[in-house]
Structure formats: structure tokens, C-alpha cells
Ligand binder design. Structure first.
Ligand code: ADP
Ligand code: MG
Length: 707
């Protein structure tokens, strides 16, 4: 399809490129394009950064010291005044309005000599002061030259109304941008096709598109300035909601398309399957786990492939829920792929799943990158022939040349995103498996609605019984000895401890050395205990050995790089010391801390930092010490870092938005989602809007990799 055929007939004007507008030459067009403004539509969807109420122009006679005042008048005289202080200048003007004369003063802006000359009409907005000598004056106000003259309605654009203030773009001043926007608005056709269904607009009392575009730039007199500044005037809300609505509509369409896919084989659950599941269950499920499991099994029994996200705080017990779902699939004669983000975690899962499934008839194999060639070949064959029922591995699992006999379920553990690519790979292999994604960290609701908006979501809110929150303290380097004494006391009480060392990609070698040195030092400082070292560069057998010894309690103190970040599960480990805590992100710290507090023992976390702390680092450590609730931490993280940083844009599905803001507008996002799904159900969205959206959604929201 040529790009033109998908172009909205939304008023040809809106799609017109800005370089065809009066006053926009090639240079300005380039400047505008550099900030993402190519078409008239782009321009109208770049909101002013704020507004000034110049509708109530004051008269100079009414000025009072301390006021913020908007005035308009004619320059009578202007000039630079030297002062006694060296290097200090005053530019002073005398201006006349209906009320008389007033003084305007700017400090240290001698270039204003070139700007003003007598006879000009100028609008001012600024602070009124009383200063001797001379009395009342406006000090350092914002100003704009207003072209006078008959038949020129400039005055109506720049003064006498609520006036939009734009962020300067290249050489374009706010005033030039205002004129450009005004010109474009005046060319709008009288009726614009409106993508929002009329019913929706009615329900929320929102203006039509044309009025909204005008109102977002040149608000009606009397519009509350504080609403405008919070982007909550109806015109703004309407445009924000429209953007979010179209985004959610695209998600809904995607969901609907997937809803038409059919699995080759539907799963059944009978008593035999239930018995088999109960037989491997080592404990009673919490209510949250039960609800989640029921949702999973319902999905699996449906003819459509499952696409579910299982959310829950670290340690809430997602693994066993996934494993029970896996059992259901295997009881139905289907194979299961269990994928972990790191080799270490895959190895751990492999061991614990093998242990849990030992009494069953199912074969578990592992397929990690570091397995020897022979082991790999054997595993691949077992998967192809169907001798293997469950395979544990890293992400590479589905991307490799592995063929399954009949893959029924894919579990992706501790991953934020299972991309289009992997899904497509699976489809190419002739599978339409159920997909279960489990997150490493709770995702703020705002993001759950966007980057995961196309998935069904289950949340486990409770923790297994007997868990106590980890006691967390932030400690400066000077307290190191006290921290060690504390660790020693816990070890003496029979607990085990982690000392986590950051490993940064850029300085991996040095960091690794530091971690190794740390292990040696600790071995000397803790002669009565066995100290182990675990890092990502070790061979997988070495790693296995250390992990097994730590799990068995033969190693009491484990120095580790962030390879222990996710998933590792040793309930007797009840102390964690994090070195250089200031270097970690909030979600990462929460993940790390999740390695302790997994058993019945009171657990402790000591965050050692090297000062001085940046404000951000201080905020992170404070947030972590302040709560153990992963959902709360996720919200804080979102505030501190912003959505793009938090999930990494693009492949993670954070949309590129023009007028909406994920955090500020999260309430509108919820509304948009409800409305979009409802509109799809009711068939309220016009066919051309749907068709256009389907064709342009990915590109429009910058979602290269969302499935
Ligand atoms: P996460 O959700 O972080 O992946 P895990 O699945 O690793 O958590 O579970 C954390 C720990 O809690 C494990 O040791 C697991 O055996 C234990 N666990 C999970 N569910 C329960 C339960 N219902 N009762 C008791 N212990 C449980
Ligand atoms: Mg886990």
C-alpha cells in the first residue's frame, strides 16, 4: 500500500507539510522537523507550555506593587542607563497606555536597544515593583512586539485574550509559533472528521475535534488558567483522550485478531490431571496463587492461545503456579518450554523442577548455551522426538533450531517482554502455544495498561504464610565494620548471607576483580565460615557447584555479582549486604533484596554506599528502605525514572505520545482503555478510522516490537 492511501482524509490541511505554510521557508521547516513537527497536524498537537491571561489587560493607572500584570502600550522612549556598579546595566522604557505612562526596566539586557524603538506597540507580562527613584515599574517582564495597523488582527492573537506560550523551536520565537499555529487553525475546514465516537464525547462532555484544536491553543475567554496549566481544560482533555483512545483501540484490535487464532489442540482438565498436580505440590497454595492458577487453566482450556502476564512481588511464589500449569499441559501430552533470563536461573529452575517432578513420569531436560555439544545434541533429540516433556533454558531456546514435537505451553520467567520476534518464530515452527509471561518486578498499573495492554493480566497480591518484611538499613562506608559484626551474628545463629557486588558492563573486568578481592577479604575476616564466589563469567559447572553448596548450607557467605538478581531461591539465606548500593536502580535493588526473606526467618538487608550520594541515589535508597511492597516501589521507580527508562522504550512497548503523558494522564489512560474496548464491542468506531488505525498504529506510536 502506498503511504498516500493510508493518509487520513482528516482535512487535507492537517496532513499538509509545514514547509508549505506561509512564513515557513526551508530553514524553518528543517528546524521544525528536527523537533518532530512535519505536518500541520503535528504542529497543532504540540501543546503550548503554558498560557498567559492577557484578556484582562490592566491599565497602568491600576497597577499595584507585587501584582503580576499584563499591559499593552506604545513605546514613548527607550534607552540604556549606565549605573555606578561596574558591569551592570539598566535598559529603561517609558510606555503609554490608556491609563497614562508607566516604566519598564530590564537588568543586564543591553541588546534590548536593538529590539525596541519609540512608536512600537508592545505587550508586557511581569511583576510590578515599587523602586526609588521613579516609583512604580515593571521589572524584567516578558514582552512581545505587537504589529499594529488596521485590518491586521494580530492584536487579537497576541493580546486581549488568554495567550499561548510555546517553547522556542530553533530560531522560531513563541510569537512566531503562535502566528503559525493561528494561521493553520484559521485554514481548518469548517467540519473535521472526528475519530472519537459521538457517544463517547457526549458521555465525557468533550468538544469536537475542531473546537478542541482551537481551544488547546487559543482558549475561550474565561477558561480557568489553572485547568489549562494542568492540561485539564476540556479541549486539552479531548485531544489527550483521543490519542490514548486510538492507542488502546489499536491494542484492542490486536487482541481481537489474536482472539481469532485457534490452538491445534485444546487442553482438558479431569480428576486424573488434578491428582497429578496435587501429587507434586509441596505446600498449600495461597489464595492469590489459586486464583492465578484458575485463570491460567481457564485460558489453557479455551480454544484460543493464552497470552497472559502473571504479576506478583518477588517471593510470592510464581514458579509453582507456572509449574502446575506446565503439569496440566504435560498431562495432556503437550510439551512445555520454561525460559529464564539468565543461565544461572535456568540452571536453578532445572534443578528444582527436576526435584519437584521426580515422582512424576515426565522427563525434564535443560538446554542452556553453556551445555556441552554432546549434552545439547541429546537434549535437542529428546525435544524433537517428544522424549522430553519439559525443557528449561534461556531465551535462546525458541530462537534456536530446536523443533518441538508438540509444544503446548511457553513460560517466560522474569522477563518484561516476550517480543513479536519470538512469537513469530514459534508460529513459524507451526506452534500456537499458550504463552505465560511472568514479570521480574511488579509493573505500575499505568504501564501495565500500555506496554502490556494487549495481554490478560493476573496479579498475585499475597505472600506465602509466615513471611516477614525484610528489615532494611542504608549504611555509609564508615559503618562497614558494624555491618560485618552484624553479619557475623546472623551467621552464628545459623543463617546464611549474600554479599552482592555490582558488575557494570563497561568496567566488568575491574568490578570482577573487586568482587574476587572482596571474597578473599571476607574469607580472612570470617575464618569460621565457608565463603563462596559466584559470577557470570564462571563456567556453568563451577556455578552449579557453588550454588549447590550454598543451597545445602556448606557455603555460608556467598559473594555474588548481580547474577543472583532474579529467581535464586535459598530460604535459609536471611542476610544481604549490597556493596555500592548507590549504583543500582530501584527495581534492581528490590529484586536483589527479594533473595532474602524467603523463609520463616527474620531477614535483613544492609545497603552500603559510598558517598557523596546524588539526589536520585538518595531517593532510591530511601524508597527502598521505606517499603517492601514491590507495587509501591514500582510506582516510585516510575516517578523517579520515567516510563521510557523503566522499561526501555520501543521493544518494551512504551508508546510515543504527542499530547498525552503516561504519568500525568494515567487516569485518562484507564478511561481510554474502557472506552476503546467498549467501542470495539459496540462497533462504535467508523470503518475508515479502524482501517486507518490498523495500518498506521505501530508506526504512529513508535512500537516497533510489540506483538
Ligand atoms: P517468585 O514469585 O519470586 O518467583 P518463587 O516462586 O521463587 O517466587 O517462590 C518463593 C519461595 O516461596 C520458594 O521457596 C517457594 O518454594 C516458596 N513458596 C511458594 N509458594 C508457597 C506457598 N504457597 N507456601 C509456602 N511456600 C511457598
Ligand atoms: Mg521467580
Amino acid at each position: 500500500m502506498s503511504p498516500n492511501s493510508t493518509r487520513p482524509p482528516l482535512g487535507e490541511l492537517l496532513q499538509r507539510e509545514l514547509r508549505f505554510q506561509k512564513g515557513v521557508g526551508p530553514r524553518r521547516a528543517a528546524e521544525l522537523a528536527r523537533t518532530g513537527l512535519r505536518t500541520c497536524d503535528d504542529l497543532l498537537h504540540r501543546f503550548p507550555i503554558r498560557f498567559e491571561d492577557r484578556s484582562k489587560l490592566q491599565r497602568s493607572a491600576e497597577l499595584r506593587p507585587g501584582d503580576m500584570a499584563a499591559l499593552c502600550g506604545e513605546v514613548v522612549s527607550a534607552g540604556l542607563r549606565r549605573t555606578r556598579r561596574r558591569g551592570f546595566s539598566l535598559f529603561e522604557m517609558l510606555v503609554r497606555d490608556d491609563g497614562g505612562m508607566f516604566r519598564v526596566v530590564w537588568m543586564n539586557q543591553p541588546f534590548l536597544q536593538e529590539v525596541f524603538s519609540s512608536g512600537q506597540r508592545v505587550a508586557f507580562y511581569g511583576k510590578v515593583e515599587w523602586r526609588e527613584p521613579g516609583g512604580l515599574r515593571l521589572t524584567n517582564p516578558q514582552y512581545e512586539l505587537v504589529d499594529g495597523g488596521e485590518g491586521n488582527n494580530d492584536e487579537g492573537m497576541h493580546t486581549g485574550r488568554i495567550v499561548p506560550i510555546y517553547e522556542r523551536i530553533g530560531s522560531l520565537t513563541t510569537k512566531q509559533l503562535r502566528r503559525l499555529v493561528y494561521d493553520v487553525l484559521r485554514q481548518l475546514p469548517p467540519v473535521l472528521e472526528d475519530p472519537l465516537p459521538p457517544k463517547l464525547r457526549g458521555r465525557h462532555g468533550l468538544p469536537g475535534l475542531r473546537d478542541a484544536l482551537w481551544g488547546a491553543h487559543f482558549p475561550e475567554p474565561g477558561t480557568a488558567l489553572d485547568l489549562l496549566d494542568r492540561f485539564r481544560a476540556p479541549a486539552q482533555v479531548r485531544l489527550i483522550l483521543e490519542e490514548l483512545f486510538l492507542f488502546q483501540l489499536g491494542l484492542g484490535l490486536r487482541r481481537r485478531a489474536r482472539g481469532q487464532e485457534r490452538k491445534p489442540r485444546v487442553i482438558r482438565v479431569d480428576d486424573a490431571v488434578r491428582q497429578a498436580a496435587l501429587a507434586v505440590l509441596p505446600f498449600r497454595l495461597t489464595p492469590g496463587q489459586k486464583t492465578a492458577l484458575r485463570a491460567l487453566v481457564d485460558d489453557m482450556c479455551s480454544p484460543r492461545p493464552m497470552n497472559r502476564l502473571l504479576q506478583g512481588d518477588v517471593g510470592c511464589g510464581k514458579t509453582i503456579v507456572a509449574l502446575l500449569a506446565a503439569l496440566v499441559a504435560m498431562e495432556n501430552g503437550l510439551q512445555v518450554a520454561f525460559m529464564a533470563p539468565t543461565e544461572l536461573l535456568a540452571e536453578q529452575h532445572h534443578l528444582s523442577i527436576r526435584r519437584l517432578l521426580a515422582p512424576s513420569r515426565f522427563q525434564v531436560v535443560s538446554l542452556t548455551g553453556s551445555a556441552g555439544a554432546k549434552a545439547r545434541r541429546e537434549a535437542v533429540t529428546a525435544i524433537e522426538t517428544g522424549a522430553a516433556d519439559l525443557v528449561v533454558g534461556t531465551h535462546a531456546l525458541v530462537e534456536r533450531e530446536v523443533r518441538f514435537r508438540e509444544l503446548g505451553l511457553v513460560v517466560i520467567d522474569e522477563q518484561h517482554r516476550f517480543g513479536v520476534l519470538q512469537r513469530a518464530t514459534l508460529r513459524d515452527k507451526g506452534c500456537q502455544p499458550d504463552v505465560l509471561v511472568m514479570t521480574a518486578t511488579p509493573i505500575p498499573r499505568t504501564l501495565a495498561l500500555t506496554s502490556y495492554g494487549d495481554l490478560d493480566v493476573s496479579v498475585i497480591r499475597d505472600l506465602p504464610p509466615g513471611r516477614r518484611p525484610v528489615r532494611t538499613k542504608v549504611e555509609p562506608e564508615s559503618r562497614r565494620k558494624a555491618v560485618y559484626d552484624f553479619v557475623r551474628r546472623r551467621l552464628r545463629a545459623g543463617r546464611q548471607a549474600y554479599v552482592v557486588y555490582p558488575l557494570v558492563e563497561e568496567s566488568a573486568k575491574i568490578d570482577l576483580k573487586a568482587a574476587t578481592a572482596m571474597a578473599d577479604t571476607l574469607a580472612t575476616l570470617f575464618p569460621d565460615y565457608a565463603v563462596g564466589l559466584l559470577h557470570g563469567r564462571m563456567k556453568s559447572e563451577e556455578r552449579d557447584t557453588i550454588m549447590r553448596r550454598f543451597e545445602a548450607g556448606d557455603v555460608q557467605l556467598l559473594v555474588a555479582t548481580t547474577v543472583v538478581e532474579v529467581g535464586v531461591d535459598v530460604p535459609n539465606a536471611a542476610v544481604m549486604v549490597v556493596e555500592h548500593a548507590e549504583r543500582f536502580g530501584l527495581a534492581q535493588l528490590h529484586q536483589l533484596r527479594g533473595r532474602v526473606g524467603r523463609g520463616a526467618h527474620q531477614s535483613y538487608c544492609r545497603l552500603l554506599y559510598q558517598g557523596p550520594l546524588s539526589d536520585m541515589a538518595r531517593a532510591r535508597l530511601k524508597a527502598l528502605a521505606g517499603t517492601s511492597d514491590g507495587f509501591e516501589i514500582a510506582e516510585q521507580d516510575l516517578l523517579l525514572r520515567g516510563p521510557g527508562e523503566m522499561l526501555g522504550t520501543r521493544q518494551s512497548g512504551v508508546p510515543t505520545l504527542r499530547v498525552a503523558h503516561l504519568i500525568r494522564d494515567h487516569g485518562l489512560m484507564e478511561t481510554a482503555r474502557r472506552e476503546a474496548f467498549e467501542a470495539l464491542r459496540q462497533g462504535d468506531v467508523s470503518a475508515p478510522v479502524l482501517a486507518r488505525l490498523d495500518a498506521t498504529w505501530m508506526e504512529r506510536f513508535g512500537l516497533a516490537g510489540v506483538g
